[in-house]
Design a protein around this ligand. Structure first.
Ligand SMILES: Nc1ncnc2c1ncn2[C@@H]1O[C@H](COP(=O)(O)OP(=O)(O)OP(=O)(O)O)[C@@H](O)[C@H]1O
Length: 259
């Protein structure tokens, strides 16, 4: 589905060149849930920008469905640490925003507004916000806003969902609720995910594959397959095998931070 082939990315800053990623290769299969973890500043956000074509690699290649990525990709939905909902639009209108921008929906949106509205309401139903569709973002908690932001990222049915620390600003209980929401959305809709996170438990609970990155210049130093059976209940997080995996990941990150 998406491949980074021996990618290096250097930023040209005022104080010279900064190599954010060096010789990074990653291959995410269609429908796979991949997580990327690593120390602060290791280039996780850079990897997301490369994968969605927002920046071009200095060396190496990025391809999506076998096609070289040369500009911003349309088939990706994105969500970030802050929900960034527009305060003057209702939750429903926020969720429908990409439909007003992304082709081919944009051309159809006016004609088929009722059908799109039904799709948005269905999606809000899946994340438990059906009754809040007419509310405004400032009337909702951070967790509710992040649920709406996930719906907005998925409304145009992207094949690829890119998540950059989407739950980092939430308290521990809300974060776990949102893990379950994301797990259920992914199981129901079958999109491919790349999740960037500092939270090793989050990666271990949600992902099929975890890529561990080294400190700058970032590179993938380890890829782990997570084979806890699905559907995974939250209780899996209290099993010894889960705790062992999280400890091993933590150990690896500590090792590469010191390297
Ligand atoms: N536009 C830019 N110009 C120059 N340097 C940049 C630019 N964007 C990022 N960098 C540098 O590249 C490195 C990687 O940045 P990036 O944001 O990808 O890391 P990150 O792993 O997402 O960080 P964090 O975990 O702290 O969010 C950092 O050292 C950063 O300072």
């Amino acid at each position: 589905m998406i491949r980074l082939d021996d990618v290096t990315l250097s930023y040209k800053g005022r104080t010279g060149e900064v190599t954010a990623l060096a010789h990074t290769s990653i291959d995410v299969k269609r429908g796979e849930f991949a997580a990327v973890v690593g120390p602060s500043g290791c280039g996780k956000s850079t990897l997301m920008k490369l994968a969605t074509g927002l920046i071009r690699p200095t060396k190496g290649a990025v391809s999506l469905e076998g096609q070289l990525v040369t500009g911003p990709v349309k088939m990706a939905g994105m969500a970030f640490q802050h929900a960034n909902l527009l305060p003057w639009r209702s939750v429903l209108d926020n969720v429908m925003l990409p439909l007003e921008i992304v082709e081919p929906h944009r051309s159809r949106f006016r004609r088929e507004k009722a059908a799109y509205r039904t799709r948005a309401l269905d999606l809000l139903g899946v994340v438990g916000l059906r009754d809040f569709a007419d509310r405004y973002p400032w009337e909702m908690s951070g967790g509710m806003q992040q649920r709406a932001s996930l719906c907005r990222a998925l409304i145009h049915e992207p094949a690829l969902l890119m998540l950059d620390e989407p739950f980092a600003a939430l308290d521990a209980f809300t974060r776990e609720e949102l893990w379950v929401v994301l797990r259920d959305l992914w199981q129901r809709l079958g999109f491919t995910v790349i999740l960037v996170t500092h939270d090793l438990r989050e990666a271990a609970f949600l992902a099929d594959t975890i890529h561990v990155m080294s400190a700058r210049p970032g590179r993938i130093v380890e890829t782990r397959t997570v084979d806890f059976p699905r559907p995974r209940p939250l209780e899996v997080c209290y099993e010894p095998a889960f705790t062992d995996l999280v400890h091993q990941l933590r150990g690896k990150i500590a090792e590469v931070r010191q390297a």
